[in-house]
Each structure stands twice: as structure tokens, then as C-alpha cells.
Design a protein around this ligand. Structure first.
Ligand SMILES: Nc1nc2c(ncn2[C@@H]2O[C@H](COP(=O)(O)OP(=O)(O)OP(=O)(O)O)[C@@H](O)[C@H]2O)c(=O)[nH]1
Ligand SMILES: [Mg+2]
Length: 234
């Protein structure tokens, strides 16, 4: 896979995963106390799920991605209002043959879901209700934040899905809609905004600090009842 990343960029690839070095300037990374949230990215094959997640975690557009097999993991640690929040992004496969054995794993203990379609592919948009239905079938609770994302907005002449239709669909589920492009550099902050919106929503679920181990990897644990309400019960 060719990428725009160069040696010395702030993201290293370790075993195929991207690790953000943030927050780096004023924290010892080893001792950062981060709550971890699992976000899954779902949608038809070729809509740009891998490119969107790579843009968010790696900062660049991933050239020549291959179809995802099973799932790729990426993560990025953010500092929101002084708190370290680690987003663990599950970039799932759109092709049925590459995903069927993994579906149960995708939805288990998920904290947020991103449904992606391609604005130049009406069929990928028409699949969104099926993806939402699959998510519901896996008992993802009503408190789990979900957003709909129309990708590839840079291909203006090839658009097949009008914003009005997409907004109508998103409104019918009461999910926020984002239209963006993983490719267009000017959209980088807009891509970040999608994940930040979810991160702030998740952060607002207040954790209960159950214990503070003596060693450095202090963990924040969810209030058990909140976690049960906010994640899959299967
Ligand atoms: N023009 C344009 N092309 C994009 C954009 N995002 C992704 N692509 C292209 O769309 C194709 C598919 O991108 P992927 O990110 O691999 O799609 P995917 O949804 O992960 O596909 P699966 O892994 O098979 O589910 C690639 O050729 C990308 O270069 C975008 O915002 N604009
Ligand atoms: Mg992919």
C-alpha cells in the first residue's frame, strides 16, 4: 500500500496499526490515563471507510488502498478538555465474503457507529438502512451514538446522492449527517469533526473511577450500568 506518509511523520505503523503520538507535548505518553472508546465504521465496499479512518488517524490520504479483509484497527488519542480519550477505530470490510466471520466481533461492546456511503453511488446510499438494521439486530443500544457520512464529495460531477435525500434519511433516524471527502486536503478538519463529535458525545458519559491501582497504568472504568446501557448487550 502506498501512502503519503514519510519517515519521521508523527504516525508510526506498527503491525499495520497507526499509533498517534498525541498527546505528546506535555504528557508522558506511558502515563496518560485514557478512556478507550471503540468506534466501528460500516458501509458498502469501496465507499472509502479505510481512507476516512486513515485520514483521521494518519493525517493523510491513503493512496491505492486494498479492500479490507475482516477488520483493520487504527487508533488516535485526543485531548479533550484536558482529558485523554483514545478512539479505537474498527475499519470493517464492506465485502460480505471478507466480513461474515467477523460481524459478531464488530458489534460487541461498541461505543459508537459511523455509517458510510459514497455520494457518487446511489446503491451505497440505498444500503444504509440495511446497515442500520444489521446494527440494530446486534442489539446496539439506543444510547450508542451513530452518524451517517457521505464520502467522496470531491467528485462533484459524479454525485448521485443529493444532500436533501441524505438529510431526510439521517433525520428519519435522528442521526447527524456529514458530507465530506477523505481525499480533499481541505476537508481534513471536517473528517476530524466527525470523530470529534462522537468523542465529545462519548466523553459526556461520565465515568466512575472505581479504583486506582498503584502501578502507572491507572484505568478509568465505566460505571457498570452506564456501560450496559451504552453498549451491545448480546
Ligand atoms: N475521489 C475520492 N476517492 C476516494 C475517497 N475516499 C476513498 N476513495 C477511493 O475509493 C476507493 C475505495 O476506498 P476504500 O477506503 O478502500 O473503501 P472501503 O470502504 O474501505 O472498501 P472495503 O475495504 O472494500 O470495504 C479507493 O480507490 C479510494 O482511493 C474520496 O474521498 N474521494
Ligand atoms: Mg476498507
Amino acid at each position: 500500500m502506498a501512502t503519503e506518509n514519510k519517515p519521521g511523520d508523527e504516525f508510526d505503523t506498527v503491525f499495520g496499526q497507526n499509533y498517534s503520538l498525541e498527546p505528546s507535548s506535555h504528557h508522558d505518553y506511558e502515563t496518560v490515563q485514557a478512556r478507550i472508546f471503540k468506534i466501528i465504521v460500516i458501509g458498502d465496499s469501496n465507499v472509502g471507510k479505510t481512507c476516512l479512518t486513515y485520514r483521521f488517524c494518519g493525517g493523510t490520504f491513503l493512496k491505492n488502498p486494498e479492500a479490507t479483509i475482516g477488520v483493520d484497527f487504527r487508533e488516535r488519542t485526543l485531548e479533550l478538555d484536558g482529558e485523554a480519550i483514545k478512539l479505537q477505530i474498527w475499519d470493517t470490510a464492506g465485502q460480505e465474503r471478507f466480513r461474515k466471520s467477523m460481524v459478531e466481533h464488530y458489534y460487541r461492546s461498541v461505543h459508537a457507529v459511523i455509517f458510510v456511503y459514497d455520494v457518487t453511488s446511489l446503491s451505497s446510499f440505498e444500503s444504509i438502512p440495511e446497515w442500520i438494521e444489521e446494527c440494530s439486530r446486534h442489539c446496539v443500544g439506543p444510547l450508542v451514538p451513530r452518524v451517517v457520512v457521505g464520502n467522496k464529495c470531491d467528485l462533484r460531477d459524479r454525485r448521485e446522492v443529493p444532500t436533501t435525500a441524505a438529510q431526510c434519511l439521517a433525520d428519519s433516524y435522528n442521526f447527524p449527517l456529514f458530507e465530506t471527502s477523505a481525499k480533499e486536503p481541505a476537508e481534513k478538519e471536517h473528517v476530524d469533526a466527525i470523530f470529534l463529535t462522537l468523542a465529545y458525545r462519548l466523553k459526556s458519559h461520565k465515568p466512575l473511577r472505581l479504583k486506582q491501582p498503584s502501578e502507572s497504568n491507572v484505568s478509568y472504568l465505566w460505571n457498570q450500568r452506564e456501560q450496559e446501557a451504552a453498549t451491545c448487550q448480546c
